[in-house]
Design a protein around this ligand. Structure first.
Ligand SMILES: Nc1ncnc2c1ncn2[C@@H]1O[C@H](COP(=O)(O)OP(=O)(O)OP(=O)(O)O)[C@@H](O)[C@H]1O
Ligand SMILES: [Mg+2]
Length: 150
């Protein structure tokens, strides 16, 4: 699918950049004319993916080299493409990690619902990961032209 526009940015894996990343993605998404609820759902999905990089990917490592790389594209059929990549610990069993209620950090009172939220709000969620190399999450959402809630 043709790429009409693109932004790429990299932020340190610090919790203050969760909100920043969400706002940058939603500002970019504005050119696709999303509804209020579409923007809210996209922001929530981005928050979950970025939070996972912050809390899981770089767990137990020194933070000054920990980066999250985010690519956002507007594709030709009014689809928003979001890629969120870390160079952290990776996921050994992606299928299990994506199961609703699975968390590797139950002691932190995590619900294990991040991937389930991403999947419910986006049209597709694809995860690629290599242990000790990192994880890439690609999400797509077609922005519909029917605006009934704005
Ligand atoms: N970027 C990542 N790097 C390494 N592991 C990850 C990453 N993203 C997710 N995981 C693994 O996948 C599991 C499931 O992620 P998910 O977001 O669904 O739940 P959670 O983060 O544990 O809980 P919640 O999102 O509800 O707070 C995590 O517990 C973690 O083990
Ligand atoms: Mg999570």
């Amino acid at each position: 699918m043709k790429i009409l526009n693109e932004i790429k940015f990299t932020v340190p894996a610090d919790s203050r950049n969760e909100g920043l990343s969400r706002v940058v993605v939603s500002a970019f998404a504005a050119q696709l004319d999303p509804s209020v609820s579409e923007v809210g759902e996209i922001k929530t999905a981005v928050s979950e993916a970025v939070t996972n990089c912050i809390v899981h990917a770089y767990r137990g490592t020194s933070s000054d080299k920990s980066r999250i790389e985010i690519t956002v594209r507007a594709l030709e059929d009014n689809t928003l493409y979001i890629k969120i990549r870390d160079s952290g610990c990776g996921i050994s069993d992606i299928k299990k990690a994506m199961e609703p209620m699975y968390t590797s950090a139950p002691e932190e009172e995590r619900a294990g619902l991040g991937f389930a939220v991403m999947e419910s709000f986006m049209d597709s969620v694809t995860v690629r990961s290599t242990p000790d190399k990192g994880t890439t999450v690609i999400m797509k959402r077609k922005i519909l032209s029917d605006k009934t809630d704005t």
